[in-house]
Design a protein around this ligand. Structure first.
Ligand SMILES: [Zn+2]
Length: 88
């Protein structure tokens, strides 16, 4: 941590770090992932940050299996109270 790697890196670290969280959970566009990948290749600081986030994301996905709704197609997409079943 000498602070030098945070200055002058191509693209800048700020926007990359903002997107790292979305990157590790696969929520970014492919071209955004490419930009981040290119930055991580030249920036050890962001790479370390990315590794930490990836670790946390993996832990969270194990602790909270319901991180992606589309993995549970059987779940109702509306709140149960908004649609009552017809009563005889
Ligand atoms: Zn960086």
């Amino acid at each position: 941590m000498d602070g030098r790697s945070d200055r002058g890196a191509a693209g800048g670290c700020g926007s990359v770090r903002e997107d790292l969280g979305a990157n590790v959970i696969g929520a970014l566009e492919p071209e955004e992932n490419e930009q981040i990948g290119a930055h991580l290749a030249i920036c050890p600081g962001c790479r370390a940050e990315h590794d930490e986030l990836a670790k946390v994301a993996r832990l969270l996905s194990e602790l909270l299996p319901v991180t992606r709704v589309d993995r549970h197609p059987g779940w109702p997409s509306r709140a149960p109270s908004s649609r009552k079943p017809p009563q005889p």
